[in-house]
Ligand binder design. Structure first.
Ligand SMILES: CC(C)(COP(=O)(O)OP(=O)(O)OC[C@H]1O[C@@H](n2cnc3c(N)ncnc32)[C@H](O)[C@@H]1OP(=O)(O)O)[C@@H](O)C(=O)NCCC(=O)NCCS
Length: 166
């Protein structure tokens, strides 16, 4: 696997993540409100960044510290110590090298040790093979299927639900 570093995202990272979020090959797998967006506005990014329910991380190459991807913990419930994870590897040249598998492992470590979360969950569109592998590689359990709960381009697909106890 390529060596990576992880750091919390800041306002200055907006211009880096913007094209990643706007790329339809990425956002087709996102939640409906981010799918097919013509323009990802800075206001959305800042609002999300400042929300205590989210922590955004940048993945960088090591030692160059060039940003190549993004991982977020969102919808964090500090009372119940749980949150949702999602991610995008922005630099397509870095794909299939184990980068996201490693980055998710690092975020789970921080979720446990710094945020004191007890569990993490997420959903994946049923045909997003790469994302399902990232979760399986990190020991997530497949806990169910939410049938036909993803609608895009006139077609329904299933969401596969995953969780992991930390
Ligand atoms: C999903 C994504 C983050 C994977 O990033 P990555 O760094 O390439 O993932 P990894 O290198 O850790 O690969 C994990 C596994 O998926 C496989 N994989 C990666 N891309 C693949 C592809 N396009 N097709 C099939 N398998 C793929 C890898 O070979 C690896 O398999 P293995 O565990 O059996 O060895 C990246 O493809 C991406 O950003 N996709 C668009 C956004 C997205 O889907 N986000 C998740 C929303 S839930």
């Amino acid at each position: 696997m390529s060596a990576i570093a992880l750091r919390e995202a800041t306002e200055a990272d907006f211009e880096t993540v913007k094209p990643w979020f706007e790329d339809p090959r990425n956002n087709v797998f996102f939640t409906a409100e981010l799918r097919d967006i013509a323009e990802y506005k800075k206001m959305y990014y800042l609002m999300a960044l400042r929300d205590r329910k989210n922590v955004y991380y940048m993945i960088e190459t090591e030692p160059e510290r060039r940003p190549i991807g993004f991982v977020a913990l969102i919808n964090i419930d500090h009372g119940d110590r749980t949150g949702q994870i999602w991610y995008v590897l922005g630099d397509k040249n870095q794909r299939k090298k184990g980068v996201m598998t490693g980055a998710v492992a690092r975020v789970l470590d921080r979720a446990r040790s710094e945020l004191e979360l007890h569990s993490v969950h997420t959903w994946v569109v049923d045909d997003n093979v790469a994302s399902i592998r990232v979760l399986e590689n990190n020991g997530f359990a497949r806990i169910g299927v939410q049938r036909e709960s993803y609608f895009y381009d006139g077609r329904y697909k299933d969401r596969v639900l995953f969780d992991k106890l930390l």
